[in-house]
Design a protein around this ligand. Structure first.
Ligand SMILES: [Zn+2]
Length: 310
């Protein structure tokens, strides 16, 4: 089985005419039902992340600002990012799903989990929302693995087409959390060059694979696999987290690196092999981007099918 996290509450982050909209999750949910994939998963109950869990990652004044901004009716909290009245609570539930998933996987309830959450998280910075993201859910979960469950070494793999700048910033000097991002380059948000490798305790624990548009897909996979082998042999992770964006699909209206749906099978297999080698197969995956709802739904389907095959 795989633990599958979804909830109607994630539709309550209302963004209006915006590419990151609730229909993304509705398309995924339909697809997982009609293919029978959802029925093969267990779907745990889960609650919001605690504020002290979020405060390990985000500054208190930002958390307070977001709560007040949402309570006042919301709006554009930064140039790309919309907040609605429920968004504060929805974002806490998204981080809560990730924390619950790692707790259950570390308890041995299952080897793998997939969190189908909104809003996404990997651009969110310690003090600010950014790029459709409010709280950095994967960073909150990685810190929970360390602070609440006593792990020493966690690896985050981010294959969203955009650089996971927020996650990188959180763990730049940490050393307990490795971060690998493969992303289109040059592209939003402008960070993620290959010479960004962390500092202090985190030196060498950050790896970036910038990929130019037009790069052959075979080369994309080869570079990803090489970088993942290198970083995982250094980190020797006890748990692997995936920032699973699907906006590198060739039909994505925002991203696109010419990947086909089946390329996400190979990406998933590659990460699961690393998890099998070092982390007893433990993988928790979180939805990030993906803005063509029908392609996104297909990609999530093949990704989940692989997670189920552990
Ligand atoms: Zn993205």
């Amino acid at each position: 089985m795989t633990l599958l996290y979804s909830s109607p509450v994630f539709l309550e982050h209302i963004t209006g005419a915006h590419p990151e909209h609730p229909r993304r999750l509705m398309a995924i949910s339909d697809r997982l039902k009609t293919t029978g994939l959802a029925a093969r998963c267990s779907q745990p109950d889960f609650i919001a992340a605690r504020i002290d869990q979020v405060e390990r990652i985000h500054q208190t004044h930002y958390i307070d600002h977001l709560r007040r901004y949402a309570a006042a009716g919301g709006g554009r909290i930064e140039v790309d990012t919309v907040v609605s009245e429920k968004s504060y609570d929805v974002a806490l539930r998204a981080a809560g799903a990730a924390c619950d998933a790692i707790a259950r996987v570390l308890r041995g309830e299952d080897k793998t989990a997939l969190c189908l959450v909104r809003p996404p998280g990997h651009h969110a910075r310690p003090h600010d929302a950014m790029g459709f993201c409010l709280y950095n859910s994967i960073a909150v979960a990685a810190r929970s693995a360390i602070d609440d469950h006593g792990l020493d070494r966690v690896l985050i793999v981010d294959w969203d087409v955009h650089h996971g700048n927020g996650t990188q910033e959180m763990f730049w000097e940490d050393g307990r959390v490795g971060f690998l991002s493969i992303h289109r380059w040059p592209f939003y948000p402008g960070t993620g060059d290959a010479d960004e490798i962390g500092a202090s305790n985190g030196l060498g624990c950050i790896a970036n694979v910038p990929v130019q548009f037009g790069t052959p897909v075979a080369e994309f996979h080869a570079r990803f696999e090489h970088a993942l082998t290198d970083l995982s042999s250094k980190i020797k992770p006890q748990l692997v987290l995936i920032s699973a964006g699907f906006d590198a699909h060739r039909e994505d209206p925002i991203g696109s690196l010419e990947l086909e749906t089946d390329d996400f099978i190979r990406l998933t297999k590659t990460v699961m092999a690393v998890a099998n080698q070092y982390a007893e197969g433990r993988v928790v995956s979180l939805l990030e981007g993906g803005y063509n709802p029908s392609r996104l739904a297909e990609c999530v389907g093949v990704h989940l099918n692989e997670l189920l095959s552990h």
